[in-house]
Structure formats: C-alpha cells, structure tokens
Design a protein around this ligand. Structure first.
Ligand SMILES: [Fe+2]
Ligand SMILES: [Fe+2]
Ligand SMILES: [Fe+2]
Ligand SMILES: [Fe+2]
Length: 410
C-alpha cells in the first residue's frame, strides 16, 4: 500500500489497486463491527456518511448503465459497481447489531447536523451556502424529536450516543418543514464557473440525505409503538424534501461521464479526508484501503472521459484535494443560525421570512386537522417526564420562544 502525503494530494497522480485485485472474498467482507459503546461518536458518523456515498455510487452506476446502449461501457460500469457494492457491505456492516434502529437514526441525524454545518462553513458560493444553512436547522430539529422518542420508548438518553459533541434542542420546528413540493427546487450551480469544492459539497450532502431518506423509508415500519411509526413517516417525508433541495443544486448539464468522474473523485476525497481524522486505527486502515481502490476507479473514469468525449478531467477537477472534510462540533455556528434563520422558508428557488400563500395551503393540507407526530412526541414526553429531552451544553436556547415553558427568561 502506498504512503499518502498529508500536505498536498492529487488523486490524479496516484496509483491505486488494479481493479481485478479489488474483489474480496467472504472472509474479507466479514468485518467486525465497532463497539456500540465506543467513546467516539464521530467514527459512527464517518461510517454512516461513507455508506451514503457508496449507496449513491451504486445507484448512480445503475442509472448510468440503464441510460447507455454501449455494452463495453456497461461492462466497465458493472465491474466498478460490484466493487462499490463490496465497499458498501464492508462500510455499513461496521455498524454494531446491538444498536437499535432509533440509536442508528440518532447517529444519522448527527451526521446530517455536523456534516451540513461543516459544508456550510466551508462553502465558497453564497447561494449554495444558504441552501446548507437552511437545511441544517431542520435536521437539527429532527435530532431533537428522535431524542425525545428515544427516551420515551427506550428509556435512554441521546447524550449516550452523541456525547457532548452535538447539542440536542429544538431547531426550525419539524411541522414547519412541510413546504409545497414546488418550493423545494433550487437553482443549480453553473458547471462552467463553479468552484470545484462546491460540486463536491453538493454531491456529498445529496448522497448523505438520500441515504437518510432510504433508511427511514425502510426502518420506519419496524416499530410497533404508534408514535414511532408516525414520526418516521413525517420525518421521512421531510428527507424527501431535503433530497429534492440538495439534488437540484447539481448542474444537470454535466454529462454522464463527467458525473462518473466527479463521483469517483468525491469518493477519493472523502476516504482521504476521514483517514486524516479517524480515531480508531482499525477503521482508519479500511478508509486507506478504500482510498486505494477509489484511485483506480477514478483513473478508469478519467480514461473513459478522455477516449469517449475527448475531454480532459483536469480541466474541471482541482489540482489537489481541498481541505479534508471533518466531523467536529459546530455549536457556536449552529447557535448563530438558530438565532438568525429559524423563521425562514422557501418561495420558488429563493428564501423568504413570511409564511406565503402556497406554504400556508400546504400546511393546511398536512397539519390542518391535527397536530403532526413531531409535536405529539414532545407533548407525550412532557406528559410523562414533566419536560422535554434536550441537551444544551452552551447555555439556554438562543431563541427564547424555544426554551422550556417557564424558562424563557433564562
Ligand atoms: Fe466506492
Ligand atoms: Fe433529518
Ligand atoms: Fe435531512
Ligand atoms: Fe468508486
């Protein structure tokens, strides 16, 4: 295995593992999961994020091959896709079987909060940055709703899972996330002028949110408790909105091969990034192995682009990998967003502060007859425990109206 320089790293100049040597047998796929009570929640976040990245690369590969008549290209895609799928099996199977669905859910929302916040902080384009700042306040609220459900039905506190790294308190209330579908479509970036980092950011967050959507689609009905089943339906539909919101940022003018190159480049970027910060040495080795596989996927994708389109991938890829994507606390940043952006909604492809007519019509259709599950779960928790579950490590909630009743003046 090659040593990897931390200073500057251009994946186009590195040699990976030849494709035919990437196939793993059952023993190699049979990885031991991480310890469910492990001390670093961000290791679990990296696993969940990379699983989302691999799932996206698999589904993108399937769509690509259904949209090309070229048999040789289909065969090449099938070869790469099989490896992506083995990688997905290894990555997702690192999650411990002892974790309940709800515990994994809480980790999914922790990923959404701290990944989106990091991307928002680093994003150079103001319109894209606004899209991330808008979305993060919603997943922040999902974390709070699920944490309340968790204490109610599993009698444990979310602090055990998120540690002190991510605060748990209300964000933009989930009932306000139910916008008219038309208002979830954003404008795409322009592929001819966009900063290369922006393309990677948009691809990463779309993949992560899409996997969250898939996860809730499938696990929601596994609960017997009615409020749990209902909350997964409600938040699952918001994730549909998020996938629309983020997916529409990608320029549809990119060719299929350009998108293949970008997917592989982004996989290199994320495995490289997480290698830099991974606290568990055994998991770090997996990230390094997968990076060395991705380098070869990238080389193949770039070759396909050169031969089939006569274009140079160097013309749109950065000269070296951008600053590593990092899971780290974003508490002051999130508090600032809570204080300034909680009352925003979308109108067309932009943002407004007032509840416009189409928003109100949608609200009336979904929330009009009775309170949504995301409100019920807090009411039920308060009825049982005398208050909601929250973990405010840095002081009272920045929005007085979202403090516990009776503590608004705190
Ligand atoms: Fe992959
Ligand atoms: Fe969410
Ligand atoms: Fe989301
Ligand atoms: Fe790949």
């Amino acid at each position: 295995m090659k040593g990897v320089s931390i200073v500057s790293f251009n994946p186009l100049e590195q040699h990976g593992i030849p494709l035919e040597r990437q196939i793993r047998d059952w023993q190699e796929l049979n990885v031991s999961p991480v310890d469910p009570d492990m001390e670093d929640p961000y290791t679990k976040c990296r696993i969940i994020a990379l699983n989302g990245i691999e799932v996206e690369s698999i589904f993108f590969g399937h769509q690509f091959h259904r949209n090309t008549p070229d048999i040789e290209l289909k065969q090449r895609l099938a070869e790469i896709r099989y490896i992506e799928h083995q990688q997905q099996k290894v990555v997702n199977w690192l999650l411990p079987g002892q974790a309940s669905v709800l515990e994994t859910t809480i980790s999914y929302e922790q990923v959404a909060v701290d990944l989106t916040a990091w991307l928002a902080r680093m994003e150079p384009d103001p319109y894209l940055k606004q899209a991330y700042e808008f979305g993060v306040l919603e997943d922040f609220d999902h974390l709070y709703r699920y944490a309340n459900l968790y204490e109610m039905i599993e009698h444990r506190q979310a602090e055990k899972l998120v540690d002190q790294l991510t605060e748990v308190m209300p964000g933009r209330p989930t009932m306000m996330h139910h916008r008219h579908p038309v208002d979830n479509v954003r404008e795409p970036y322009d592929r001819s002028t966009v900063d290369p980092r922006s393309r990677l950011h948009a691809l990463t967050i779309t993949a992560a949110e899409q996997q969250t959507m898939n996860f809730y689609m499938n696990v929601g009905p596994q609960y017997m408790t009615p409020i749990a089943r209902q909350l997964y339906q409600e938040i699952g539909l918001v994730e549909e909105e998020h996938v629309t919101h983020y997916g529409s940022l990608l320029d549809p003018g990119e060719t299929w091969l350009e998108r293949l190159v970008l997917h592989e480049y982004n996989e290199c970027y994320l495995y490289y990034s997480f290698m830099q910060t991974e606290s568990n040495p055994r998991i770090k080795q997996i990230w390094e192995l997968h990076l060395n596989m991705e380098l070869e996927h990238l080389r193949i994708a770039c070759d396909l682009m050169r031969t089939q389109e006569g274009r140079d991938p160097e013309s749109f890829l950065p000269a070296e990998l951008p600053e590593p994507v990092t899971f780290e606390p974003n508490k002051p940043y999130l508090r600032e967003l809570l204080a300034t952006q909680i009352d925003i909604t979308t109108l067309g492809t932009g943002y407004v502060r007032e509840a416009h007519e189409r928003f109100q019509r949608m609200q009336e259709m979904v929330n009009g007859k009775e309170k949504p599950p995301s409100e019920h779960v807090i009411d039920d928790h308060r009825a049982r425990f005398g208050r909601d579950y929250r973990m405010e490590t840095d002081g009272p909630h920045p929005v007085p109206a979202l403090r516990e009743p009776g503590e608004e003046q705190a």
